[in-house]
Design a protein around this ligand. Structure first.
Ligand SMILES: Cc1ncc(COP(=O)(O)O)c(C=O)c1O
Length: 386
């Protein structure tokens, strides 16, 4: 519940979660819900995952924290694991603490390398709340940006508009930043042709392509990274959210040749790459790399698309377990009805989209429960909206 000591910045759902296990959360008044929200796509392996719990405890006993000025084996291992998980040739990693920080550093690197003045981003995209990441987040300036100026110029192009993308990228562009599947916009998957055009034209003009996979990365779409569906290798991938399975951590993953000459001090962080976070990254990556794990994510995503276009849902968008249920009424009312039926899901900037980003360990029974809940929602939209 909201306390009077807190900044009043969150629109709460009116429930308190006391504990959670697997894909289920338990409220403090004893209700159990299936968590299709996943704490904003963070709980990649669900809750109380035995590997994460055991490893976190073991790492806490061994080495709780150390500075980046010394070598730490668990950090070395996390870098190696993440590089292995990333597309071939992208094998340099810089660990940070959040998605915004990952994007901030990726953009900084692009400006440093390219010595240019502009960024191209996509309408509907969200990249975080720090100043550079927010400047590339569509609509932020009108809604919550709050700084007196943006640090650089940004050109926004319409979703899937190849011609607009081609026209926007010029020799003054340091980077193109995009989410291959736009999370906050409602799990909107960008057209592979649009992604390929962004790659081709950015390369032509010597601009970096930054794939923001903070939400859609780490196996969530049924591939290690969502941009791989389009066969595109970007220059930089940023990721966070599911990366630590719930432990705060973000990462910038770059093509080797772009960063191997960086001078000492070009980037830095106090907490990024901490031993606890790195231990969680290795456990998450190892689990995602288990035979069949990521294929199963794709299969579960397909099951959502095939079975959940029912009740108030008129179409399903997204990839894998980052799905948007496009509804015939405001998502708010559908979300409230779902909560009454024991399903927790999320909203999106598109007011008619229910966003699903459940733990990647959900099972078909959970999807069946979602389908039944959707089917039971009043076709005339007369459900209570508590
Ligand atoms: C695609 C994307 N990029 C960046 C961010 C910012 O991440 P964080 O909240 O960890 O700073 C988010 C958060 O929702 C996101 O969805």
């Amino acid at each position: 519940m909201e306390t009077s000591y807190e900044f009043p910045v969150y629109a709460r759902l009116g429930m308190e979660i006391a504990e959670a296990a697997g894909a289920n959360v338990l409220t403090s008044d004893g209700r159990e819900l299936i968590d299709f929200y996943g704490g904003h796509a963070v709980a990649a392996l669900g809750y109380r995952h035995p590997r994460l719990v055991a490893r976190l405890e073991e790492q806490a006993r061994r080495l709780f924290f150390q500075t980046n000025l010394v070598e730490v084996e668990v950090r070395r291992k996390a870098h190696e694991d993440l590089a292995r998980f990333a597309p071939t040739g992208m094998d340099r990693v810089f660990m940070v603490n959040s998605g915004a920080e990952a994007n901030e550093n990726a953009l900084r690197l692009a400006f440093r390398d390219r010595e240019r003045t502009r960024v191209v981003a996509v309408e509907g995209g969200f990249h975080g709340r720090t100043s550079a990441a927010a400047a590339c987040s569509h609509g932020a300036l009108d809604k919550w940006y709050a700084f007196p100026a943006t640090p650089f110029d940004v050109t926004f192009v319409a979703v899937d508009d190849v011609k607009a993308m081609e026209a926007a990228i010029g020799d003054d562009v340091a980077a193109v930043i995009l989410e291959p599947v736009q999370g906050l916009a409602g799990a909107r998957d960008l057209d592979p042709d649009f992604l390929r055009a962004a790659r081709t034209v950015s390369e032509l003009h010597g601009a970096w392509l930054i794939a923001d996979e903070v939400q859609c990365g780490m196996g969530r779409t049924g591939r290690p990274f969502a941009i791989e569906h389009a066969g595109v290798v970007p220059d930089v991938i940023t990721t966070a959210k599911g990366l630590g399975g719930g432990f705060p951590v973000g990462a910038v993953i770059a093509r080797t040749e772009l960063v191997e000459e960086l001078p000492k001090g070009a980037l830095g962080t106090t907490f990024g790459g901490g031993p606890l976070a790195c231990a969680m990254v290795s456990e998450v990556v190892d689990t995602l790399c288990e035979v069949g794990f990521i294929d199963r994510v794709a299969e579960l995503g397909a099951a959502i698309r095939e079975t959940c276009c029912v009740g108030p849902v008129v179409a399903v968008q997204g990839e894998g377990l980052l799905s948007g249920l496009l509804c015939d009424r405001p998502a708010k009312t559908v979300l409230a009805a779902l909560r009454q039926r024991g399903i927790l899901a999320g909203g999106a900037t598109n007011p008619n989209v229910v966003r699903l980003m459940p733990p990647l360990i959900i099972e078909h029974v959970h999807i069946d429960a979602l389908r039944s809940a959707l089917l039971s929602i009043d076709p005339l939209g007369k459900d209570a909206t508590s």
